[in-house]
Design a protein around this ligand. Structure first.
Ligand code: ATP
Ligand code: MG
Length: 387
């Protein structure tokens, strides 16, 4: 496994590598016992039980941030005959499907009697004999057969698999994502987790206007995200009272912006209590009335901690591409009511002016409403590792 950006972190490198290995250890443990070792910036994980499901292990590792590339390798004795005998067998399916190949050898253990070019030559010849339809292409082969002679033995593998990239979860601290049932916020959560943030989540529910199914949809979305981010502490906030108060006491066209400001304030309160250093939202400039630059400026003013908006300059189709990749899209499009669709005004202000928004808000006991909502939040643990 290649740890990419982790390698670039200089003095922090050791800490980053430890975090990544800790994630691997924790997540692979569901499949059995492993020996996980680090040498020359490459991590290897070896199952101690013969029946371990290695396909599943690859799927798990592909979701661990910090891993740029991985390969599934056979560990053979450091013996040329063993390498010649087993490489074709081990990579049989991939070599049969390929038209062209090349061998790439790395000899870290210099006591091995064959130098790298010699290993390439002998093994290349053997594979050409075993697979008569295959030919050599050193520039753009379908498959690169790699042999690495290391301390523990000879590792043989085919093409590398792309990892999730990013940096290990937890290495950047913790932040709270405002999660709706929509397409955007799960993607925003995933993107910031990729940058090393551990996640907390806040969801606003407005029973009886929103249903239990809408909340369960949020659980499913976060569960998908937690396959990458690890466990997520979710807080479900009762939002009905706040929405009704705004509706009854503030001008209709400012309903959405004031509601969004309350979301920020309540989320910030919960975030601070849970050691989070920032909020995360799925906003993107111009996407809807509440996301014009002017509306975002009014929303932003409600929170005093940094607000990360990783989708800010993305088009919807770019967001959807990521949503499909992380498998949240099909859940997001299920048609349940979100609290944002409750009481929405016909003509929301697209250029709200902060001064008037604050004036309108003064009709409410904001502090009490925020405190009551934050204190009334219900905790749910989301963890993809729990069935
Ligand atoms: P999404 O697809 O994430 O729902 P959206 O395009 O529908 O986003 P809005 O409904 O305006 O946009 O919401 C903007 C952001 O506000 C969301 O991305 C999310 O971070 C937050 N948000 C909206 N509704 C909720 C909710 N019910 N609970 C928590 N956060 C919410
Ligand atoms: Mg939404």
């Amino acid at each position: 496994m290649k740890n990419g950006e982790v390698v670039l972190k200089g003095l922090n490198r050791r800490v980053f590598e430890d975090m990544m290995i800790k994630s691997m250890r924790r997540r692979l443990s569901v499949l059995g016992e492993w020996k996980i070792t680090l040498a020359q910036s490459a991590v290897s994980a070896e199952p101690l039980d013969e029946n371990t499901d290695l396909n599943e292990a690859v799927e798990i590792c592909r979701r661990i941030f910090g891993i740029v590339a991985l390969s599934r390798a056979a560990l053979l004795p450091k013996d040329m005959d063993a390498i010649l005998e087993n490489t074709g067998k081990y990579l049989y399916d991939e070599l049969s499907a390929a038209h062209t190949f090349k061998v790439n050898a790395k000899r870290s253990d210099k006591s091995f009697p064959y130098a790298s070019p010699k290993i390439c030559e002998i093994l290349g010849e053997r594979l050409l004999n075993e697979f008569p339809d295959l030919s050599v292409d050193v520039h753009d082969p379908d498959i690169v057969v790699t042999v690495e002679i290391r301390d523990r033995g000879a590792y043989v593998h085919g093409n590398q698999i792309k990892g999730a990239g990013g940096i290990p979860v937890g290495s950047s601290g913790k932040a709270a994502v405002l999660i709706s049932g929509g397409i955007d916020s799960p993607v925003a959560a995933w993107m910031m987790s990729k940058r090393g943030l551990r996640l907390c989540a806040v969801h606003f529910a407005s029973p009886p206007y929103t249903s239990e199914r809408a909340e369960l949809k949020v659980h499913s979305l976060l569960k998908k995200v937690s396959e990458y981010s690890g466990r997520i502490d979710l807080f479900v906030v009762p939002f009905t009272e706040i929405q009704e108060q705004i509706k009854d006491n503030c001008p209709e066209e400012l309903f959405t912006i004031i509601m969004r400001r309350f979301m920020m304030k309540v989320s910030e309160k919960i975030a601070r209590k849970n050691d989070c250093g920032a909020l995360i939202t799925g906003e993107s400039v111009g996407q809807v009335a509440s996301q014009t630059m002017y509306a975002i400026a009014c929303t932003d003013e409600a929170a005093s901690m940094p607000v990360f908006r990783p989708l800010i300059g993305m088009d919807k189709d770019e967001v959807i591409t990521i949503a499909r990749k992380i498998d949240t899209f099909d859940i997001s499009v299920l048609p349940y009511e979100d609290c944002c669709t409750v009481f929405t005004p016909k003509h929301p202000r697209t250029r709200p002016v902060l001064k008037y928004v604050l004036e309108a808000e003064s009709a409410l006991d904001c502090e009490k409403l925020v405190n009551d909502a934050a204190e009334g939040a219900r905790y749910v643990l989301i963890d993809s590792m729990r069935k």
